[in-house]
Design a protein around this ligand. Structure first.
Ligand code: CA
Length: 230
Protein backbone atom coordinates (compact mmCIF):
# COMPACT_ATOMS: atom_id res chain seq x y z
CA UNK A 1 0.00 0.00 0.00
CA UNK A 2 1.27 3.43 -0.94
CA UNK A 3 0.48 6.19 1.46
CA UNK A 4 -0.24 8.42 -1.51
CA UNK A 5 -3.75 9.73 -1.97
CA UNK A 6 -4.73 10.95 -5.38
CA UNK A 7 -7.61 13.23 -6.28
CA UNK A 8 -9.10 12.33 -9.67
CA UNK A 9 -11.07 15.11 -11.35
CA UNK A 10 -12.89 13.80 -14.39
CA UNK A 11 -16.47 14.05 -15.65
CA UNK A 12 -16.14 11.23 -18.19
CA UNK A 13 -17.30 8.14 -16.31
CA UNK A 14 -15.36 5.61 -18.38
CA UNK A 15 -12.08 7.45 -17.89
CA UNK A 16 -12.86 7.93 -14.20
CA UNK A 17 -13.41 4.17 -13.92
CA UNK A 18 -10.20 3.35 -15.74
CA UNK A 19 -8.14 5.66 -13.54
CA UNK A 20 -9.74 4.72 -10.24
CA UNK A 21 -9.47 0.97 -10.89
CA UNK A 22 -5.85 1.37 -11.97
CA UNK A 23 -5.00 3.30 -8.83
CA UNK A 24 -6.80 0.82 -6.61
CA UNK A 25 -5.05 -2.19 -8.14
CA UNK A 26 -1.71 -0.49 -7.66
CA UNK A 27 -2.28 0.30 -4.01
CA UNK A 28 -3.06 4.00 -4.21
CA UNK A 29 -6.01 5.49 -2.43
CA UNK A 30 -8.06 8.06 -4.28
CA UNK A 31 -10.75 10.69 -4.05
CA UNK A 32 -13.04 11.44 -6.97
CA UNK A 33 -14.62 14.68 -8.20
CA UNK A 34 -16.72 15.18 -11.32
CA UNK A 35 -16.46 18.96 -11.42
CA UNK A 36 -14.14 21.83 -10.61
CA UNK A 37 -15.94 23.20 -7.55
CA UNK A 38 -16.06 19.78 -5.95
CA UNK A 39 -12.36 19.29 -6.77
CA UNK A 40 -11.39 22.58 -5.12
CA UNK A 41 -13.29 21.81 -1.93
CA UNK A 42 -11.96 18.23 -1.75
CA UNK A 43 -8.48 19.58 -2.21
CA UNK A 44 -8.93 22.10 0.60
CA UNK A 45 -10.51 19.63 3.01
CA UNK A 46 -8.64 16.39 2.24
CA UNK A 47 -5.17 17.56 1.16
CA UNK A 48 -4.48 14.96 -1.53
CA UNK A 49 -0.84 14.22 -2.45
CA UNK A 50 -1.46 14.51 -6.18
CA UNK A 51 -4.26 15.74 -8.46
CA UNK A 52 -5.12 14.20 -11.83
CA UNK A 53 -7.16 16.90 -13.51
CA UNK A 54 -9.25 16.76 -16.67
CA UNK A 55 -9.25 20.18 -18.31
CA UNK A 56 -12.73 20.03 -19.82
CA UNK A 57 -15.04 20.06 -16.80
CA UNK A 58 -18.79 20.75 -16.82
CA UNK A 59 -18.81 23.62 -14.31
CA UNK A 60 -15.52 25.44 -14.92
CA UNK A 61 -12.33 25.39 -16.87
CA UNK A 62 -9.57 23.12 -15.52
CA UNK A 63 -7.05 25.98 -15.59
CA UNK A 64 -9.36 27.86 -13.20
CA UNK A 65 -9.09 24.92 -10.79
CA UNK A 66 -5.30 25.02 -11.08
CA UNK A 67 -5.13 28.76 -10.37
CA UNK A 68 -7.43 28.48 -7.37
CA UNK A 69 -5.60 25.50 -5.85
CA UNK A 70 -2.21 27.11 -6.53
CA UNK A 71 -3.23 30.15 -4.47
CA UNK A 72 -2.75 28.05 -1.34
CA UNK A 73 -1.22 24.70 -2.31
CA UNK A 74 1.84 23.35 -4.12
CA UNK A 75 0.28 19.89 -4.56
CA UNK A 76 1.49 18.30 -7.82
CA UNK A 77 -1.11 18.59 -10.59
CA UNK A 78 -1.04 16.35 -13.67
CA UNK A 79 -3.43 17.56 -16.33
CA UNK A 80 -5.39 15.18 -18.53
CA UNK A 81 -6.10 16.62 -21.93
CA UNK A 82 -7.18 15.49 -25.36
CA UNK A 83 -4.78 15.17 -28.26
CA UNK A 84 -4.27 18.31 -30.30
CA UNK A 85 -5.14 20.64 -27.43
CA UNK A 86 -1.63 22.01 -27.04
CA UNK A 87 -2.87 25.50 -26.25
CA UNK A 88 -4.88 24.14 -23.30
CA UNK A 89 -1.87 22.21 -22.04
CA UNK A 90 0.34 25.28 -22.29
CA UNK A 91 -2.23 27.40 -20.42
CA UNK A 92 -2.50 24.70 -17.76
CA UNK A 93 1.28 24.45 -17.34
CA UNK A 94 1.62 28.22 -17.19
CA UNK A 95 -1.16 28.29 -14.56
CA UNK A 96 0.89 25.96 -12.37
CA UNK A 97 0.30 22.37 -13.53
CA UNK A 98 3.35 20.11 -13.29
CA UNK A 99 2.84 17.68 -16.12
CA UNK A 100 0.19 16.36 -18.48
CA UNK A 101 -1.20 13.15 -19.91
CA UNK A 102 -2.73 13.06 -23.36
CA UNK A 103 -5.94 11.11 -23.94
CA UNK A 104 -6.04 8.28 -24.80
CA UNK A 105 -3.27 7.27 -22.41
CA UNK A 106 -2.16 3.83 -21.30
CA UNK A 107 -2.28 2.56 -17.74
CA UNK A 108 1.51 2.24 -17.84
CA UNK A 109 1.83 5.90 -18.81
CA UNK A 110 -0.46 6.97 -15.98
CA UNK A 111 1.48 4.98 -13.38
CA UNK A 112 4.83 6.21 -14.71
CA UNK A 113 3.66 9.80 -14.37
CA UNK A 114 2.53 9.21 -10.78
CA UNK A 115 5.84 7.55 -9.87
CA UNK A 116 7.75 10.47 -11.40
CA UNK A 117 5.83 12.90 -9.20
CA UNK A 118 6.49 10.71 -6.15
CA UNK A 119 10.24 10.63 -6.87
CA UNK A 120 10.25 14.40 -7.13
CA UNK A 121 8.39 14.80 -3.85
CA UNK A 122 10.77 12.47 -2.05
CA UNK A 123 13.66 14.43 -3.45
CA UNK A 124 12.31 17.84 -2.47
CA UNK A 125 11.61 16.59 1.06
CA UNK A 126 15.08 15.10 1.51
CA UNK A 127 17.00 17.92 -0.09
CA UNK A 128 15.45 20.96 1.57
CA UNK A 129 18.42 21.41 3.90
CA UNK A 130 21.10 21.17 1.21
CA UNK A 131 19.66 23.21 -1.63
CA UNK A 132 23.02 24.66 -2.58
CA UNK A 133 23.82 21.43 -4.42
CA UNK A 134 21.59 19.69 -6.94
CA UNK A 135 22.20 16.05 -7.84
CA UNK A 136 20.27 14.09 -10.48
CA UNK A 137 21.82 10.85 -11.76
CA UNK A 138 25.36 11.73 -12.86
CA UNK A 139 24.59 15.45 -12.97
CA UNK A 140 25.71 17.67 -10.11
CA UNK A 141 25.22 21.43 -9.88
CA UNK A 142 26.91 23.42 -7.14
CA UNK A 143 24.96 26.69 -7.17
CA UNK A 144 27.39 28.55 -4.92
CA UNK A 145 30.35 28.04 -7.24
CA UNK A 146 28.29 27.57 -10.48
CA UNK A 147 30.22 24.33 -10.98
CA UNK A 148 28.46 21.69 -13.07
CA UNK A 149 29.79 18.15 -13.32
CA UNK A 150 28.60 15.10 -15.22
CA UNK A 151 29.84 11.78 -13.87
CA UNK A 152 32.52 13.71 -12.00
CA UNK A 153 33.74 15.62 -15.05
CA UNK A 154 33.38 19.38 -15.17
CA UNK A 155 31.07 20.75 -17.88
CA UNK A 156 31.94 24.06 -19.46
CA UNK A 157 28.61 25.78 -20.07
CA UNK A 158 27.93 29.19 -21.54
CA UNK A 159 26.04 31.58 -19.21
CA UNK A 160 22.78 30.91 -21.08
CA UNK A 161 23.26 27.15 -21.01
CA UNK A 162 23.92 27.38 -17.27
CA UNK A 163 20.75 29.45 -16.75
CA UNK A 164 18.74 26.95 -18.81
CA UNK A 165 20.11 23.99 -16.89
CA UNK A 166 19.51 25.53 -13.47
CA UNK A 167 15.99 26.62 -14.44
CA UNK A 168 15.17 23.05 -15.47
CA UNK A 169 16.90 21.64 -12.37
CA UNK A 170 15.01 23.92 -9.99
CA UNK A 171 11.79 22.70 -11.61
CA UNK A 172 12.86 19.08 -12.00
CA UNK A 173 9.93 16.88 -13.02
CA UNK A 174 7.87 19.83 -14.14
CA UNK A 175 7.14 20.57 -17.79
CA UNK A 176 8.24 24.14 -18.51
CA UNK A 177 6.62 25.85 -21.48
CA UNK A 178 8.65 27.67 -24.14
CA UNK A 179 7.31 31.05 -23.06
CA UNK A 180 8.03 30.33 -19.38
CA UNK A 181 11.63 29.45 -20.22
CA UNK A 182 12.11 32.43 -22.54
CA UNK A 183 10.69 34.82 -19.91
CA UNK A 184 13.01 33.43 -17.24
CA UNK A 185 16.15 33.31 -19.34
CA UNK A 186 15.87 36.43 -21.44
CA UNK A 187 13.14 38.45 -19.76
CA UNK A 188 10.06 39.79 -21.48
CA UNK A 189 11.54 42.80 -23.18
CA UNK A 190 14.43 41.20 -25.00
CA UNK A 191 14.17 39.82 -28.49
CA UNK A 192 14.12 36.06 -28.18
CA UNK A 193 12.24 33.21 -29.74
CA UNK A 194 11.63 29.50 -29.73
CA UNK A 195 14.16 28.94 -32.51
CA UNK A 196 17.04 30.35 -30.47
CA UNK A 197 15.81 28.48 -27.40
CA UNK A 198 16.01 25.28 -29.46
CA UNK A 199 19.56 26.08 -30.50
CA UNK A 200 20.70 26.72 -26.94
CA UNK A 201 18.92 23.59 -25.75
CA UNK A 202 20.64 21.50 -28.43
CA UNK A 203 24.01 22.86 -27.29
CA UNK A 204 23.23 22.09 -23.66
CA UNK A 205 22.10 18.56 -24.44
CA UNK A 206 25.22 17.88 -26.44
CA UNK A 207 27.29 18.79 -23.41
CA UNK A 208 25.05 16.60 -21.24
CA UNK A 209 25.73 13.73 -23.68
CA UNK A 210 22.04 13.23 -24.30
CA UNK A 211 22.67 10.56 -26.88
CA UNK A 212 23.16 8.06 -24.09
CA UNK A 213 20.22 5.97 -22.95
CA UNK A 214 19.35 8.33 -20.12
CA UNK A 215 17.36 11.22 -21.47
CA UNK A 216 17.75 13.87 -18.79
CA UNK A 217 16.02 16.66 -20.65
CA UNK A 218 12.89 15.68 -22.54
CA UNK A 219 11.34 17.60 -25.40
CA UNK A 220 7.58 18.10 -25.41
CA UNK A 221 6.95 18.98 -29.03
CA UNK A 222 4.99 22.21 -29.37
CA UNK A 223 4.95 22.70 -25.58
CA UNK A 224 8.36 22.92 -23.90
CA UNK A 225 11.00 20.97 -21.97
CA UNK A 226 11.23 18.89 -18.81
CA UNK A 227 14.13 17.62 -16.75
CA UNK A 228 13.45 14.07 -15.64
CA UNK A 229 14.22 13.05 -12.08
CA UNK A 230 16.52 10.05 -12.64
CA1 CA B 1 -14.13 16.22 -19.60
Amino acid sequence: MNDVRILIVEDDKSIMNLISITLKINGYSYLAAEGGAEAISLCALQHPDLILLDLGLPDMDGTEVIRTVRSWSAVPIVVISARGEDKDKIDALDSGADDYLTKPFSVAELLARIRAVQRRLQYSRSSSEEQSVFVNGGLRIDYASSLVTLDGEELHLTPIEYKLLTLLAKNVGKVLTHSYIIDHIWGNGIESDIVSLRVYMAGLRKKLKQNRDTSLIQTHVGIGYQMIRL
